[in-house]
Design a protein around this ligand. Structure first.
Ligand SMILES: Cc1cc2nc3c(=O)[nH]c(=O)nc-3n(C[C@H](O)[C@H](O)[C@H](O)COP(=O)(O)OP(=O)(O)OC[C@H]3O[C@@H](n4cnc5c(N)ncnc54)[C@H](O)[C@@H]3O)c2cc1C
Length: 578
């Protein structure tokens, strides 16, 4: 079946919905989502959205931009970060005007709390910059935007999984999608397409990410020849529930929670004397792993299960209930403990991909160092790389990225649809998707996809995780290449058309395998340590050689690498101390 729109948005998280809201004011717009819109991962975001409102203490967008640049270990494009920090203030007030129920100060303004790496006056001390709605900030953003999109008459295609992107001579023509309820292939023709497909944390064994976070957008783009930027930078959040990876928001530390080792010591005092537990995530995750490796971890069932404590007992029941109610519930449900009475056992969990589809500050996809565009194609949110997060994202800057760049992309798309002609979708646009599905469903025999999934996640966790070495990463590349070969032989055991989740998971596995390969090759290639990319064999940051963005192109079984300049026009790179 074929549908024609002015604009197609793939993904209904915060970034997709914000863009949809803007573009739908001027153009016929459809949002495609593989999950019901408000089940997108944005709804799981807990802690907050940053903006230098200065409601509780003095703040300044320039401080915010500087923290973002320094937090990202100077791989951030600095004008983009400044733009985000400046537009943050209005973006948060716009959300408020659209009905978002933020927590309030006693005099009725939006309340703000501390978060890692956010400081006053260029690094002096932590600042209260995160606006929040208890620990359900993302949920509130998503509900608010969804209501507004319905009001604007956006067409929603819920439970449609996009499989492919149609391009024609460097111009975007539309997308191909599978309708989950029928198994039918649909073609969506449009002048402009925006990918807002979210993260890809499911490539790791232990992750805070939802099951749907399988990087479909970046993988689809990579297969169509678009390079992916800075994929070696994947953030591990310091405080996942031990063994499960479910996130315990940084807001717990923002409200005063403390990390402790087996001697009950506040060990962050040794790693980050000024910011302590509120240092950026890459540093805190490494500090936890260093403590455990030095024998200071709390003993788990086996040696490899050692962990540390996140102590929130001194915050009191009332603060926990009013500011962190969901976290309190998680601890009760998954650990059987009350955080007001017992410390929470935590370990780092794979959380956020800094890299993704390269874009400019209008969300337009840019494929090289010269600024070459794919006309009509946009990306925004976690699947994109602007780059405002560089080598390590600061907490609360992702929700901000969604809103600021979702809005900018939506506005630009609205202008774009009013110029020029549609590329027109080719008659063979569905061939690739049909062949893929046939390969997965027509075979009588073949290996089980679940085992390949598990092996991929273990390989990435163990060999391309928090600490990295040449030997381990080289092995990971080989293993992922073998898994990709085996993937060509897998078969779906379920043959039904309606809600064939077996088939959908195999498609997602194919996407994650491609992204794992790109991530591992990009990481192996970068011979320095920067932000979340921490190499034991190259422990220092190496600006003369490596102050550059990686652009990785999927070339069949291999990955080709080129580079792109980093914008350092505002602040000269300096060593990072906190
Ligand atoms: C547990 C958790 C807590 C977090 N807390 C915070 C926080 O407090 N503050 C902060 O700033 N950040 C936080 N983050 C990060 C932030 O929430 C995410 O980076 C952000 O929400 C991603 O939004 P998005 O719009 O890019 O994508 P998502 O919200 O992940 O949405 C992706 C959308 O794409 C759709 N999609 C994907 N593939 C396809 C396909 N093939 N076809 C059709 N549709 C598709 C999905 O259906 C979904 O609608 C948190 C993340 C997690 C996991």
């Amino acid at each position: 079946m074929k549908h024609t729109f002015d604009a197609i948005i793939v993904g209904s998280g915060g970034s997709g919905l914000y863009a949809a809201l803007e573009v739908s004011a001027k153009a016929k717009t459809a949002v495609l989502s593989k999950v019901y819109p408000v089940r997108s991962h944005t709804g799981a975001a807990q802690g907050g959205i940053s903006a230098a409102l200065g409601n509780v203490e003095a703040d300044d967008p320039r401080w915010h931009a500087f923290d973002t640049v320094k937090g990202g270990d100077y791989l951030v494009d600095q004008q983009a970060a400044m733009l985000m920090a400046e537009e943050a203030v209005q973006a948060v007030y716009d959300l408020e005007n659209r009905g978002l129920p933020f927590n309030r100060t006693p005099d009725g303004r939006i309340d703000q709390r501390r978060f890692g790496g956010h400081t006053r006056n260029f690094g002096e001390a932590p600042v209260r910059r995160a606006c929040y709605a208890a620990d359900r900030t993302g949920h509130m953003i998503l509900q608010t935007l969804y209501q507004q999109c319905i009001k604007n008459g956006v067409h929603f295609y819920d439970e449609y999984q996009v499989l492919d992107l149609a391009l024609k001579d460097n111009q975007c023509a539309g997308v191909v999608a599978l309708q989950l309820s029928t198994g039918e292939i649909h073609v969506f023709e449009a002048k402009t397409v925006l990918f807002a497909t979210g993260g890809f944390g499911r490539m790791f064994k232990i992750t805070s990410n939802a099951y749907a976070n399988t990087g479909d957008g970046p993988a689809i783009c990579a297969r169509r020849g678009i390079p992916l930027q800075d994929m070696e930078f994947f953030q591990f959040h310091p405080t996942g529930i031990k063994g499960l990876g479910i996130l315990i928001s940084e807001a717990v530390r923002g409200e005063g929670g403390i990390l402790r080792n087996n001697r009950n010591e506040r060990f962050m005092a040794r790693f980050a004397p000024t910011l302590l537990d509120l240092a950026p995530r890459d540093m805190v995750s490494r500090a936890i792993m260093t403590e455990i490796r030095s024998g200071n971890g709390i003993r788990g069932d086996r040696k490899i299960d050692d962990y540390v404590h996140l102590d929130a007992t001194h915050l009191g029941k009332e603060t926990l209930q009013s500011k962190l109610p969901d976290i309190t519930d998680f601890c009760k449900t998954y650990l059987g403990i009350d955080p007001a009475e017992n410390p929470i056992p935590v370990l780092p969990t794979a959380h956020y991909g800094m890299g993704g589809i390269p874009t400019d500050t209008h969300g337009r996809v840019v494929i090289d160092n010269k600024g070459t565009l794919i006309h009509g194609l946009y990306a925004v949110g976690e699947c994109a790389c602007v780059s405002v997060h560089g080598a390590n994202r600061l907490g609360t800057n992702s929700l901000l990225d969604l809103v600021v760049f979702g809005r900018r992309a939506g506005r630009h798309m609205a202008d774009y649809v009013n110029h020029g002609d549609p590329a027109g979708i080719a008659t063979d646009a569905t061939d690739f998707s049909r062949e893929w599905i046939t390969r997965l469903t027509a075979k009588k025999k073949g290996p089980h996809g679940g085992r390949i999934f598990d092996k991929m996640q273990r390989t990435m966790m163990e060999k391309v995780g928090i600490y990295r070495t040449e030997t381990h990463m080289a092995r990971a590349v080989g293993e992922i290449q073998t898994l990709r070969e085996r993937y060509m032989m897998v078969r779906a055991e379920d043959r039904r058309n309606a809600f064939n989740t077996d088939l959908l998971e195999l498609i997602e596995l194919g996407n994650l395998l491609d992204l794992s390969l790109i991530t591992a090759v990009s990481a192996l290639n970068r011979r320095e340590s920067r932000g979340a990319h921490s190499r034991e064999d190259y422990p220092d940051r190496d600006d003369p050689q490596w102050l550059k963005h990686t652009l990785a192109r999927l070339e069949k079984d291999d990955v080709g690498l080129t580079y792109k300049d980093v914008d350092v026009s505002l602040w000269k790179p300096k060593p990072r101390t906190y």
